[in-house]
Design a protein around this ligand. Structure first.
Ligand SMILES: [Zn+2]
Length: 420
């Protein structure tokens, strides 16, 4: 299963966020009406003119009048934040003193407008928000979204963004979502997609306790998931920094979700790339699908951080890779092998029976299946697929008939392990 299918379930709607009347601050209209020449031409929003710069050495006065007591001299070129305005005067704070400066010598410094949020972006809630059934402010509120939660925007529609919070999908006002990460490439990440190092993440931890808690926001302490013991989580330092680092917590991506975890629930591990326990495929297949013990799963030698695979299958996979590399000059790309039960359930809900296997039945749940990418060379007509289809069985990996082109279950990228 691949990312493109996940994306295909999303609406292509890309409405720009409409500017809201409430964004026009009162001090702007006051200034604009009394001293239109003072500010940059055109209608500018409050957010864009809060920051000003002095165009001369300027007196800071106690009152908005030339008769006001002089509190300080503000040097030319100083950047200031305007609190409020009176005709001809702006209230500013300088050197610990709040006073008034002549607006004639203040020039607006346009601040960077925050970019419009788009489908696939990650947004951080700047306030606690109502999650509504529809993209308006009047439909039923499904839940309250905490402040500082981070969400993948699934759709956008005229000033509203569709997100999922604590299992509920609904709409919030886009203006209260700060873009913290732009939509990554399709190989990277989207809600409910298996999370590996596709986001470029390599800082891997393992959960130490059963039911490790994943939180939507640290401060809000909203619990959004319990991650099974010995699950791999990837620390996303960039996101952590953007969201605001908190001691004792890290921001992780795991099992198709992202959120905060307590570091005390995590441990560092290294993963074998061979089969030191000498487990057989039969032993692995006797485990509960999606709940294979950690010791029976290993990393893929040439891409250790990406995905885990059933230990007995790794030797044949290495042989397959060696042959592939000899032919094409580079390693076989593998997007996914082992998938936990929770991830399978999420896929089932999101993608349905033609794309996702019924939870508990996929060979991914035993780590005995691999998915290669969906890029052209790996597609049905591509050279890699053709070669794999013809050669993989020599190494006990097969592309099943039911997945062939033309079948309703067609998947060029999925290969199953049939060895011992
Ligand atoms: Zn697959």
């Amino acid at each position: 299963m691949g990312a493109a299918l996940v994306l295909a379930t999303l609406s292509p709607a890309q409405a720009q966020q409409a500017p809201s009347a409430s964004m026009q601050g009162s001090f702007v209209s006051a200034a604009a009406s009394s001293h239109p020449a003072l500010w940059l031409p055109g209608r500018i929003s409050a957010a864009a003119v809060k920051t000003v710069q002095t165009t001369a050495n300027l007196n800071l006065r106690a009152k908005p009048a030339t008769s006001g007591k002089k509190l300080a001299v503000i040097p030319k070129g100083t950047k200031l934040t305007v609190g409020s305005t009176k005709p001809g005067w702006s209230q500013v704070r300088y050197a610990g003193k709040t006073g008034w400066a002549s607006s004639t010598y203040l020039r607006a410094v346009p601040t960077k407008a925050s970019p419009a949020i788009k489908r696939g972006d990650l947004g951080k809630s700047t306030v606690a928000l109502k999650l509504r059934r529809q993209a308006n402010t009047t439909s039923k509120a499904l839940a309250t979204v905490p402040k500082a939660g981070i969400y993948t925007v699934k759709k956008v529609s005229a000033g509203f963004s569709q997100i999922t919070s604590r299992g509920k999908t609904g709409w919030v006002q886009s203006k209260y979502l700060k873009v913290v990460a732009k939509k990554p490439g399709r190989e990277i990440y989207i809600d409910k997609k298996y999370t590996s190092n596709r986001a470029g993440l390599t800082d891997r931890y393992w959960t130490r306790v059963s039911g490790s808690d994943l939180y939507e926001s640290v401060k809000g302490k909203i619990r959004i998931g319990d991650i099974p013991r010995n699950s791999v989580v990837y620390r996303d330092k960039k996101m952590e920094k953007t969201a605001g680092s908190v001691k004792g917590w890290i921001f992780v991506r795991t099992q198709g979700m992202s959120g905060w975890m307590k570091t005390i629930q995590l441990a560092r591990k290294t993963t074998a790339t061979t089969n030191p326990g000498k487990y057989s495929a039969k032993t692995v297949l006797a485990q509960i699908n999606g709940k294979v013990p950690e010791r029976m799963l290993v990393a893929i030698g040439w891409d250790k951080e990406k995905t885990l695979i059933a230990a007995p299958a790794v030797k044949d996979l290495n042989r397959l890779n060696a042959a592939f590399k000899k032919k094409f000059g580079h390693n076989l790309d593998i997007d996914l092998a082992y998938r936990t039960r929770a991830t399978q359930d999420a896929y089932w809900v999101e993608l349905g029976p033609y794309v996702a296997a019924r939870p508990g039945t996929s060979n991914h749940g035993w780590g005995t299946a691999i998915d290669v990418p969906e890029t052209y060379n790996y597609s049905f007509r591509g050279k890699y697929h053709k070669w794999l289809k013809a050669n993989s069985k020599k190494f006990n990996w097969v592309h099943r008939k039911i997945l062939e082109e033309g079948s309703p279950y067609a998947e060029a990228w999925h290969f199953d392990y049939v060895g011992k």
